[in-house]
Ligand binder design. Structure first.
Ligand SMILES: [Cu+2]
Length: 94
């Protein structure tokens, strides 16, 4: 109640009934995972696509330079641990 944003767009405030606040749904969670063993763009693709294929995963982004994967997922369907297990299964170390 105390957090009001200045909004001069005149958009209707239609958030009375919801706890949902995010654009990507109310049940989204994000995990940032350190990944060892990737050496090129092909490795990045393998991890990104392998994780993206998992049920419940909404987005899958891997940064080769940072050795870091950022994954958005529905915690009701999949867990960060399952995502890490998948990366290990693909052949990299998460
Ligand atoms: Cu590679």
């Amino acid at each position: 109640m105390t957090l009001r944003r200045a909004n001069n767009s005149g958009a209707a405030a239609n958030n009375k009934e919801g706890e949902s606040m995010g654009l990507f749904g109310k049940s989204g969670e994000k995990a940032v995972v350190h990944i060892e063993g990737m050496t090129c763009g092909h490795c990045v693709m393998r991890v990104e696509k392998g994780v993206a294929a998992m049920p419940g995963v909404k987005s899958s982004k891997v940064d080769l330079g940072k050795k870091e994967g950022t994954f958005e997922f529905d915690p009701a369907v999949v867990t960060a641990d399952a995502i890490k297990a998948k990366i290990n299964e693909i052949g990299y170390k998460a």
